[in-house]
Design a protein around this ligand. Structure first.
Ligand SMILES: Cc1ncc(COP(=O)(O)O)c(C=O)c1O
Length: 360
């Protein structure tokens, strides 16, 4: 299974966690306290993973929801009404930003060059009118990895917030939100975080959270959700004010188990191993005559090695028939190993792809 950029493999720990949620339904019927504890524990593990405090993490249902929640807290009616984003962002994120145009926002897309974004482009695009800059840490398309610390320093100098979509990096690339000085960062658990869809974490820097009041809201964004006071629209301290309704419970169980496992192994170790696999994948695909559309320099890419295949979706199906699970996007097959994959598995997938491309 080399599809961690789409869905990572099921661990015993995650499977057991899902069963234990089902057990609460079967044997207790309703167990809010226990469910909330699991979601809270997942939040703590995510905070640890990115070097944040748990009070800086909100639990939502998707990365798209997280971006919408952030957007709903921003005021686009003043002079500073620009959103800078990139053509390498996941489409959903671009959709969320464009939907803010009806509220006065102006969206500017930074283009890519050779499937990468030079740092100078940020210098050129972000200006005095930029309210927020949104970037993917790692591209879903080709694994291109950006230097968040450098981007943060460019955008902050211009007075812009920085929103990072870390869905393709969290769990495979070490993230330190403090060292990189990030304002907002979102990630779900389905990909390198070893979990399932339906839950996402939104980091909001403490000083930033206290200044914002999201319009996308609900009872879990209140100081005391269980006060059941319909007229009290107060905002909880910290990132929790970005939460909305009942948290995804079964997903919280899975996320807690998955994140604990990752923290036990250590993402730094995983990143270094994946760097080796990634280097090998680029080199071997080249030897096999395949066109790699990921950066060739290991320091600029994460686990995903994207290989150009004209009929990528068909190739994904044909590889699956041979027991090789990879994931297609547009015109590429993404070979995205995790720590449980071997170099041999990566090479076997590339061999099979090379054979197929002759026929496709
Ligand atoms: C980088 C990136 N961001 C966002 C998303 C979408 O996330 P969600 O469905 O949780 O909104 C994906 C999904 O593949 C992704 O790869």
């Amino acid at each position: 299974m080399l599809s961690s950029c789409s869905q990572s493999a099921l661990s015993r720990q995650v499977e057991e966690a899902i069963h234990s949620y089902l057990d609460t339904l079967r044997y207790t019927g309703m167990d809010w306290m226990r469910w909330m504890e699991e979601v809270e524990a997942a939040k703590q593990q995510f905070a640890k993973l990115i070097n944040a405090s748990p009070e800086e993490i909100a639990v939502l249902s998707s990365v798209s929801d997280s971006a919408s929640s952030v957007a709903s807290a921003l005021d686009f009616t003043g002079q500073r009404n620009q959103i800078v984003t990139t053509e390498m962002d996941f489409p959903s994120i671009g959709h969320v930003w464009q939907a803010q145009e009806r509220k006065g926002a102006q969206v500017r897309f930074i283009p890519s060059q050779d499937q990468m974004i030079p740092l100078a482009y940020y210098n050129q695009a972000v200006g005095e009118q930029t309210l927020i800059t949104s970037v993917p840490h790692v591209s879903y398309y080709n694994g291109f990895k950006q230097d968040l610390q450098k981007i943060a320093s460019i955008v902050h100098e211009k007075g812009s917030y920085l929103f990072v979509d870390a869905y393709q990096s969290a769990g495979s690339v070490d993230i330190d939100v403090k060292a990189a000085n990030i304002d907002f960062l979102a990630a779900g658990t389905q990909k390198y975080l070893l979990g399932i869809p339906g839950i996402a974490f939104l980091y909001v820097k403490k000083e930033v959270a206290e200044k914002l009041e999201p319009a996308v809201t609900g009872w879990f964004g209140r100081t005391n959700p269980f006060a059941f006071d319909i007229k009290c629209l107060d905002y909880a301290q910290g990132a929790r004010r970005f939460e909305t309704g009942t948290p995804p419970m079964i997903n919280g169980y899975a996320a807690h188990a998955a994140l604990r496992l990752l923290n036990e192994i250590g993402v730094e170790k995983i990143e270094s191993y994946l760097g080796e696999l990634s280097e090998k994948a680029v080199q071997y695909a080249g030897e096999k005559g395949l066109t790699v559309v990921s950066p060739h320099d290991r320091s600029q890419k994460a686990s995903n090695t994207a290989i150009y295949v004209p009929e990528a979706s068909k190739a994904e199906i044909l590889l699956r028939e041979r027991g090789i699970i990879v994931s297609a996007r547009n015109d590429v097959i993404r070979i995205a190993p995790h720590f449980y994959n071997t170099e041999q598995e990566v090479m076997t997938a590339i061999d099979a792809l090379a054979e197929l491309t002759v026929r496709l």
